[in-house]
Design a protein around this ligand. Structure first.
Ligand code: MN
Length: 190
């Protein structure tokens, strides 16, 4: 049992999904691997319906220090919408080669998003400045049924504080919370 738990903890890496109100509201998938955060903005967010493909744009890696950041960034307010861990499925056990091949199959153990997911690159690596991928939910017990409400609408708020985006902005800019904010920031960096 313990050996199994250890094996799993070795395979698991940190995961976060941000909600980012930049010029356009979008979501940002962050998968920690090899000391950095692999990053894919999702213009429409994830879909939990099995097979529904959502556009995911490959971006440069982000620093791990940003994983749990929530607050007002120069590009706009950022909410920590989901967090947890991820691990590659058997087919993608060699993560580096899965990324090179352009198909990464993985499990999410988030507080909101769970089960099997697939990232698949849809255009060539040679010409695109920002390679385009799709993110889709695999068919399993965590996929949403057709009649079910979308999780983006059902659980729209911060996974860490329960706050809405405007509450995050209010707390960030409100002077009475300035000390709290400084401490929070310090904690995240250290
Ligand atoms: Mn973003």
């Amino acid at each position: 049992m313990e050996a199994q738990a250890n094996r799993r903890s070795l395979r698991e890496h940190a995961y976060a999904m941000k909600k980012h109100h930049a010029m356009r509201l979008h979501y940002d998938l962050r998968l920690e691997w090899n000391g950095v955060l692999l990053s894919w903005p999702l213009p429409e967010g994830p879909s939990c319906r099995a097979g529904a493909m959502r556009k995911a744009i490959e971006m440069q890696d982000h620093s791990r220090a940003n994983l749990l950041f929530e607050g007002v960034h120069e590009t706009g307010p950022i909410m920590l919408w989901d967090r947890g861990t991820w691990e590659p499925q058997m087919e993608s056990d060699d993560i580096q080669s899965a990324l090179c091949k352009g198909i990464l199959q993985f499990m999410l153990y988030g507080e909101k998003l769970k089960g099997g997911w697939t990232l698949a690159r849809i255009n060539g690596t040679g010409n695109a400045y920002r390679p385009l991928w799709t993110l889709s939910k695999q068919a399993d017990s965590f996929a949403e049924s057709r009649g079910g409400k979308c999780i983006l609408e059902e659980r729209p708020n911060s996974v860490s504080t329960g706050e809405t985006m405007s509450e995050i902005v209010r707390d960030w800019t409100s002077p009475r919370n300035k000390d709290e904010r400084q401490t929070g920031l310090f904690d995240k960096i250290s």
